[in-house]
Design a binder for this molecule. Structure first.
Ligand code: SAH
Ligand code: SF4
Ligand code: F3S
Length: 466
């Protein structure tokens, strides 16, 4: 089996399309289908799960009707995320009814949050596995094949899956996610993640650099280092800034991104390291959540409005061309109209290029659920959210509009999803750039210079400069 696994890894590292399924050709192998929800960590975890399953002879299929094992890697961050997964299960119910023996497994944060309760609530689920228990999947599947319902939701203090080479699912062969830490020790009161992902732990730096080097050798040209709070990375005295430097040194042709930064933890060291290396992308995702200090305190974000604004100033001092995006929550417990206005005004000051914006969704078991009443009416939350979205739309349009006339470096990812006549890729600031093919045939992963001629609020449109 080790040999087969090696073959998979080797093929994976040659930059093959991972939807070409190495096991499909082999007889008598079972097939798994996996769908991921939620954050990039979950998508990255699914690649680890795929690796574990292929190691025991399961081949991936892109069609759930063909699968012997259907896995949903789930998210609990907002109620809607959980509802989406529950609705999705109904689709699988029909297939399972006509296919006895097909197993359905729930992975990820919903599995961790609901544990065995999920088996009671969703009768068609056979296996429930939390984010730190994926190594036990083969054993659980074997037991489940005898008709047993199986659960493993043990959280770990040291699991990082450092030794498992992820099988790149749905990869464009250019850009990959590399998980550098797991869990979260910040107790933001609204957030379910510390309960579903457990304690924070950092992955062995050497294994991270090796994975990135292997990706580069396989033709990948961009890695995104992932963690809930990358700035608190620490392994054997190595800080996040040092890790960044180590990955940046692999090759000037390898772009590095990272996510997510916590405003309280991102250091000048990190900012200077970013500034020093051209291949570390000038882009920071810096979730603000609220622009009001009292609300930030209730959220246990541990910074104030002024601290946050100063952080953004610092970023712009050190890297004037740095792209900036954020997360915002509308209608947190007890938020007044004035406090909501503070969120709008912090957006005016920071001028984000992009934002993820949410209405507060109370999550069972969180500190906010225990401490405060979810007292902002849904209608008010929705209206505040709409105001936030409208303002961000204006800022995005301005930000993208300001790029017209600039020449930007684009890493070509492939054909534009919207038009077969265009190529697409991102600039350093993480903005999507689309440009006509016009007889130019770049290899995937090639860098090109593009002059921006038009923009929307979410895409730059330009022409290649030869
Ligand atoms: N670790 C990252 C983000 C994790 S979750 C960080 O600390 O920034 C991604 C985003 O979901 C959060 O930044 C927050 O804006 C949003 N979110 C988390 N819990 C939420 C809740 N209960 N209701 C609404 N939005 C929430
Ligand atoms: Fe959740 Fe806060 Fe941790 Fe982010 S930093 S995952 S918002 S607890
Ligand atoms: Fe969702 Fe879990 Fe990520 S709750 S956002 S999948 S860490």
């Amino acid at each position: 089996m080790a040999e087969i696994l090696q073959k998979v890894i080797d093929e994976a590292r040659q930059g093959e399309a991972y939807t070409t399924l190495p096991f499909e050709a082999e007889r008598n192998t079972k097939k798994f289908y996996i769908e991921s929800y939620g954050c990039q960590m979950n998508f990255s975890d699914s690649e680890i799960v795929a690796s574990i399953l292929q190691g025991v002879g399961f081949g991936a299929t892109g069609n759930f009707e063909d699968a012997d094992l259907v896995l949903l890697n789930t998210c609990s961050i907002r109620e809607k995320a959980e509802q989406t997964v529950r609705n999705r299960l109904q689709t699988f119910r029909k297939v399972k009814d006509g296919k006895p023996g097909m197993l359905i497994g729930m992975l990820g944060c919903m599995a961790e949050r609901l544990k065995a309760k999920l088996l009671e609530e969703e009768k068609l689920v056979d296996i429930v596995v939390g984010p730190d228990a994926y190594r036990s999947l083969p054993a659980l599947i074997e037991e489940a094949q005898t008709g047993q319902k199986m659960v493993n939701v043990l959280l770990s203090r040291d699991e990082t899956y450092a030794d498992i080479a992820p099988v790149r699912l749905d990869s464009n062969g250019v850009s990959a996610f590399v998980s550098i830490m797991r869990g979260c020790n910040n107790m933001c009161t609204f957030c379910v993640v510390p309960f579903t992902r457990g304690r924070e732990r950092s992955r062995d730096a050497e294994s991270i650099i090796k994975e990135c080097t292997d990706l580069f050798n396989a033709g990948f040209r961009e890695v995104t280092l992932l963690g809930q709070n990358v700035d608190s990375y620490e392994y054997a005295g190595i800080t996040f800034a040092q890790l960044l430097e180590g990955v940046a040194a692999i090759s000037p042709l390898l772009r590095i991104r990272f996510s997510t930064s916590h405003p309280k933890d991102i250091t000048d060291d990190v900012l200077y390291t970013m500034a020093k290396y051209d291949n570390i992308c000038k882009y920071i995702h810096l979730p603000v959540q609220s622009g009001n200090t009292r609300i930030l305190q209730l959220m246990n974000r541990t910074y104030t409005r002024e601290w946050y604004i100063n952080k953004v100033k610092r970023i712009r001092e050190i890297m004037p061309d740095c792209g900036l995006s954020t997360d915002v929550i509308a209608g947190f417990c007890t938020e007044t109209e004035e406090e909501h206005q503070d969120t709008l005004s912090v957006m005016e000051l920071c001028r984000y290029d992009m934002a993820y914006m949410f209405a507060y969704s109370e999550r069972p078991g969180t500190l906010a659920e225990k401490r405060y009443a979810d007292d902002i009416p849904e209608k008010t939350k929705k209206r505040r959210l709409e105001e936030i979205i409208a303002l961000q739309r204006k800022h995005s349009t301005e930000s993208y509009g300001n790029d017209i006339g600039k020449v930007v470096d684009v890493l070509v990812e492939g054909e534009s999803k919207r038009s077969a006549d265009d190529w697409c890729g991102r600039n350093s600031q993480n903005k999507m750039v689309v440009f006509p093919k016009s007889n130019f045939n770049p290899v995937k992963g090639q860098y090109v210079k593009v002059k921006i001629t038009q923009s929307t609020g979410a895409t730059l449109i330009g022409e290649i400069i030869r």
